[in-house]
Every structure is written in C-alpha cells, then in structure tokens.
Design a protein around this ligand. Sequence first.
Ligand SMILES: [Zn+2]
Length: 102
Amino acid sequence: MGEGEPDFSSGLLPAVVQDADTGQVLMLAWMDGESWRKTVETGQAWFHSRTRGLWEKGATSGNRMDVVERRLDCDLDAILLRVHPHGPACHTGAISCFFNEA
Ligand SMILES: [Zn+2]
C-alpha cells in the first residue's frame, strides 16, 4: 500500500467508477490533471471528454457521485473511484453502463 499521484505524462487516464457499497462497476471515463484536481477538491466525480472537455458527472442529470475513495493502480496510470452514486450512472437510466452482454 502506498500513496501516489496519477501519471498524466502520456495523456488521459482511464477511470473506473465502482459503487463503494456493492462493488458494482458503474462506468468508465477518462481523466486529465484538471479533472483529477477537481475531483480531489470537490469530492465529486469530474472527467475529461475529448469532445466536451471538463465535465462533472451529474451536472446535467443531477445524478452526481460522491467520491468516497480514490485508488491508483500499480503503475499509477489507471484510476479507480469508489463512489456513492445519487442515481443511475448511465445516461440511458441504467444503474451501470455495463449492461450489454458480449
Ligand atoms: Zn452509460
């Protein structure tokens, strides 16, 4: 166990979002340094989209996410946010984006 800062030197990093209570994987999004800082500062989930730029999860839907734990992987280039979601993670209304079997 250690502490670290995400390594954004090669660009955006994937952020897996997981329900802190159930362990369910809710969504995957991308973060840059700015969205990481906003997430740390506000305790809400912020991401970076290539098309939308900086965005806050739930800013339009109201389904914000309280970030209860931030973790980084061994290489510090993948992010895990453990959250308490205020509503469905997916814009379709599904609890999790990962509802497609393949
Ligand atoms: Zn979705």
